[in-house]
Unconditional design. Structure first.
Lengths: 204, 200
């Protein structure tokens, strides 16, 4: 389990939807996205050395949620004001008062939804681009959370990519100059030989 | 290793390329084609040329170690799993390990290489559903609780979820399954004996 694994740290970016939840974990050399939907758990790993870019794109999700909730709220308010509650017939009667209280409760829930939706901030869609794919980070839909992810990810990716970026492309690796001499770095006299640098032994 | 064309950042919505720029956080700007506001954080890997795999070197002198899969090619590294010598073309680096294609395939199939694992089945959720849903259709409870117990026994040692306490869920489900099975069996036994189906 990842919670007990000291190599992994959970990012506070998790979110829940109906029948689906997503959590993000920072591993030693990768970002792990765990998506649980129904009876399956899917994993996506983004290795820090492979991440080329993170794109945070504006979405209209907040506007759409606001629109739907406002429309519902408007309908309830109009019906409550005009008809004295959807179930009531005569204003002032006890049944009518009960329905007004009920629909006021529903309206309060909708107002609460509107407030929460706006307090959570702007909405966005986050994509991670690597050399072979551009993957959407599911359920990461708020700009605040995306900022938090970028703040966590940026130093790690820079750290993982710094040595590779510093290595110059040698002449021998270029296709047009295959036989150019490789400049040898000045190695210390008693440098230990690593198993990788040794030539492979003969097969018995 | 040969160089290739540098990568470019493309708009995920319309596929149009963003203008090139230095690595780092770029200011919020609209896509040139669809106008979607996008914040781009570019990393140095974007400017790194994509490397192409090596085809492996041919054997030059007699007596040189050769690749297990390509006898005409020079051995590059031994496989970290099986120890066979492999050439640069067969060398597959996964999580810092050098593996031959066969070991990689076997490891991926058996789930031994964690980084290649892409999904797992949540057997604990299946068992929980088997125990909870049939309560509405009470007459099939003995069968479903028995099925839940069979799955528990079958999946007990298999790797569980990465994010949930599978083993604890299994234990709780096991207790519920035994209770469901015993009570429903007693219920059915009493129903059948009192109905006179088995006589007196």
């Amino acid at each position: 389990m990842l919670k007990r694994d000291p190599n992994y740290r959970r990012l506070r970016l998790s979110s829940w939807r109906l029948f689906r939840s997503v959590s993000f974990w920072l591993g030693p050399d990768h970002l792990l996205m765990v998506e649980v939907s129904g009876y399956a758990e899917r994993y996506r790993r983004f290795f820090f050395r492979d991440i080329q870019a993170v794109l945070v794109q504006q979405s209209y999700r907040r506007f759409n949620i606001n629109l739907i909730l406002s429309c519902l709220l408007g309908i309830i308010v109009v019906f409550t004001l005009i008809f004295g509650g959807m179930g009531g017939t005569v204003p002032g009667d006890s049944a009518s008062a009960g329905t007004i209280i009920f629909w006021s409760g529903v309206a309060a829930v909708l107002v609460g939804g509107l407030v929460i939706n706006n307090l959570r901030g702007r909405t966005c869609i986050v994509h991670v681009q690597t050399a072979v794919q551009t993957q959407k980070l599911t359920n990461l839909t708020r700009w605040k959370k995306a900022d938090r992810l970028l703040a966590e990810l940026t130093p790690l990716v820079h750290q993982a990519q710094a040595p590779a970026a510093a290595v110059p492309v040698t002449a021998v690796s270029a296709p047009d100059a295959p036989y150019a001499p490789v400049p040898e770095p000045a190695a210390p006299a008693a440098a230990p030989t690593t198993p990788e640098s040794e030539p492979p032994a003969a097969v018995p | 290793m040969t160089s290739a064309a540098l990568a470019e950042i493309k708009c995920p919505k319309c596929g149009a390329a963003f203008p090139p720029g230095p690595p780092g956080l770029r200011p919020l700007s609209g896509c040139l084609r669809c106008g979607k506001l996008t914040q781009v954080l570019a990393f140095p890997a974007l400017d790194r040329p994509a490397s192409r795999g090596s085809a492996g070197e041919l054997v030059v002198t007699e007596g040189e170690a050769t690749c297990f899969y390509h006898p005409q090619k020079r051995a590059h590294v031994p496989c970290d799993a099986c120890g066979r010598f492999i050439c640069a073309m067969c060398d597959l680096e996964v999580s810092g390990q050098h593996l031959c294609p066969q070991c990689l395939e076997t490891g991926a199939k058996k789930g031994k290489i964690k980084t290649l694992e892409r999904s797992r089945t949540r057997w604990d959720q299946i068992v929980l559903s088997l125990l909870a849903l049939p309560l509405l259709i009470y007459f099939i409870v003995p069968a479903t609780s028995l099925a839940a117990l069979v799955i528990l026994g079958w999946q007990w040692k298999k790797p569980g979820s990465l994010v949930a306490h599978t083993r604890w869920r299994f234990i709780i489900c096991g207790v519920i399954a035994i209770m469901e099975f015993s009570t429903s069996s007693i219920f059915w036994w009493m129903m059948l004996t009192h109905s006179g189906m088995f006589g007196k």
